[in-house]
Design a binder for this molecule. Structure first.
Ligand code: AMP
Ligand code: FE
Ligand code: FE
Ligand code: ZN
Length: 280
């Protein structure tokens, strides 16, 4: 089995990049991908550790895009390195915009009278570079303004809530084009997050396939067996690879483990071979 979706302290996970292959190996994975938000900065450390442990490693990242539905669209890019252009330049721009958003978000939460400062969030994140909303949520919980990370999102941080501050978003097809030009492949993460269902979901996935996407994440840690099967069917219909992963984040999503997700995840090794075959 393999795990193609994990986060480290480089973004909003709570384990350093080198820990991810350790947990993957312990869970019985033959290969693992690191897919931090907007950054490939953890890839080298994770690759070295995976090599020491004798398991395969896939460098990757996750990019938030404009959603065609009412929800969010996250896109995973694999087989790209920190200096691969044009993607690397775009990631740098996204990180700059994230920094701007974080400063504005801290101000906004302060204006709402909530007990939180930018410096506290930076301390929770461990560094300024990987700061994200889950770190704001952690501080809101620690300071008594929310009962849990989910509660902090539901009350303040989610889209449509009073603390929400938008980040700039790319178009999915643009990410696919840049990924390909950078030697990578593109996968739609947790497709049900789009907020689409039935024919609308199918039409959207068909359009993404036509726009150069290589796969969709069917075997996702938080999806039920029938949801995974429905997505695998859509992948087959549109000539896409049905990929999978846990979306492990450590304490930010404490219900998920590397490799096994909720305990029932088992992404076959053949998924990685299929993805390798899509490399430009
Ligand atoms: P950011 O990229 O800083 O805007 O944060 C996005 C991350 O926050 C996502 O990758 C999730 O880990 C988390 N997240 C986003 N929306 C929610 C939500 N409604 N509930 C819980 N976690 C969320
Ligand atoms: Fe995240
Ligand atoms: Fe995501
Ligand atoms: Zn993720």
């Amino acid at each position: 089995m393999i795990d193609l979706h994990t986060h480290s302290t480089v973004s909003d996970g709570s384990d350093p990049p080198g820990r991810i292959p350790e947990m993957a190996a312990a869970a019985g994975c033959r290969a693992v991908a690191l897919t931090d938000h907007d950054s490939l900065a953890g890839v080298e450390e994770a690759r070295v550790r995976a090599g020491e442990l004798g398991i395969g490693f896939v460098p990757g990242c996750e990019i938030s895009c404009r959603s065609p539905g009412s929800g969010s669209m996250h896109v995973l890019v694999y087989f790209v390195e920190d200096d691969d252009r044009p993607l690397a330049a775009e990631l740098e721009a996204l990180r700059a915009d994230r920094h701007r958003r974080n400063l504005t978000l801290a101000d906004r939460l302060g204006q709402l009278g909530l007990p939180i400062t930018y410096d506290e969030v930076r301390a929770a994140a461990g560094s300024e570079a990987g700061m994200g909303r889950p770190h704001f949520a952690q501080v809101l919980v620690a300071n008594g303004a929310a009962d849990s990370i989910q509660d902090a999102f539901d009350r303040y941080l989610a889209a449509g809530r009073p603390g929400y501050v938008a980040k700039s978003r790319l178009e999915g097809p643009d990410v696919a084009r840049m990924a390909r030009a950078s030697g990578g492949v593109t996968v739609l993460a947790h497709p049900f997050s789009l907020g689409l269902d039935g024919p609308e979901l199918a039409n959207t996935i068909e359009a993404l396939a036509a726009a150069g996407f290589d796969g969709i994440e069917a075997f996702y840690g938080r999806y039920r067996p029938e949801q995974r099967a429905a997505l695998a069917d859509l992948a087959r219909r549109f000539g896409l690879v049905a990929t999978g992963g846990s979306d492990y984040h450590g304490v930010v999503k404490p219900d998920l483990a590397v490799g096994t997700g909720h305990g029932d995840l088992k992404v076959p090794d053949s998924v990685l071979d299929a993805l390798e075959n899509r490399r430009p």
